[in-house]
Design a protein around this ligand. Sequence first.
Ligand SMILES: [Mn+2]
Length: 433
Amino acid sequence: MKQIITTHKNTDFDGLASAAAASLIFPEAQVLLPRQINPNVKAFLSLHKEVFDYPRAAKQDLRDVEHLIVVDTNSWRRLEGLDALRDKKGLSITLWDHHPGTGDLNPSWACRETVGANISLMVRTLKERKIQLSAIQATLFLIGLYEDTGSLSFPSSCAEDAYTAGYLLDHAADLTLAGRFLNPAYGEQQKDVLFELLKSGERRKVNDYRVAMGKLVLGGHVENLAMVVRMYMNITNVDAAFGLFQSRKQDKCMVIGRANHDRLDIGRIMRSMGGGGHPAAGSAVLRGANPQALETMISDLIAGNQQTSVQISDLMSFPVVTVDVDTSMADAGLVLRKNGCTGLPVIQDGRLAGILSRRDFKRLRKSSQIDLPVKAYMSRKTRTIKPGESPLKAAQTMIRHDIGRLPVVDGDQLIGIVTRSDTMRYFYDLLPD
Ligand SMILES: [Mn+2]
């Protein structure tokens, strides 16, 4: 065995697909997989044993290895059973990796780019070398691509990932088969946990967030609990859901959180509890913790979450240009033009009485009507927003009612205005360049 291809522990479909692609580029090389492989990947391998029959790295004799090909990881720590190669003299390493950072593999040749899935980088090389794909290979590659990019919907996906999907579909990748492996099995165990969460869980309001929390004692290991918590969140239609799973045998409690709200950061809540995650998803494992106390802790962390997030008061413009109900349409028109805006709040006795927009001028029939007061043409059904609400809420309100601006009202005082472009600028500033 002179050449070896390998990928990271807890091998996912992107890792397996990339290893299979590397073996098309280096037909002489032997693919060695780690022992730890994700359950759905294991299921795929056992179904396709005739095509992808790869031994595990742990039991191999590595003395003759001269060339190591690594895909979908850039660090030794994530490889398995290859420690003997770490300090081997004259070993050349070839690397394809889509993770950020340079890692510690020190390759002699590398293709490193942060695309959504590593398989996109592999397919680029296969295309350059005009290597043909079978339908089974194309299907495996597509599963890897879709798993790592959330079927091209994750923010990390890029144009090349989408072109790769097109290329693989052109080579007869099978979407029915892909769908079966992409949707992890929802079995009896998951069903029991979900029903128990629905039955015993509680819904509560923390600040303005709707939160569902369920506690459960588990007899043994249950796979895919995170998927169950996501379903629990969707069914109860809340902003965030938490599952607190106590182990019957060990004195530990696993907390899994999922959120569906732009102002809740589950990752931060979990980090405060010694775990981790990103804004929409996270988990933590706590020893010797009482689930009752954990519930209170999560509520307190959500309550404390509010101050740091962006509110309407951070986006709105003020002071607001307004007109009085008795202002003539002619003067209001001048104010609109002078300020380059498309609508104005209308004030009566210091309070918001309506909104006048450019559209309202189309209802002027005779030229003499330009002298009529604004109150004859303004719209009185005004949607408003409170300064403490979120940019997402503002965007939803504007989209639902097809309006371009929302007066910001505190009590009965008009304190600012937020426009469609203010909220759009906020959302687009969140996107990486
Ligand atoms: Mn990957």
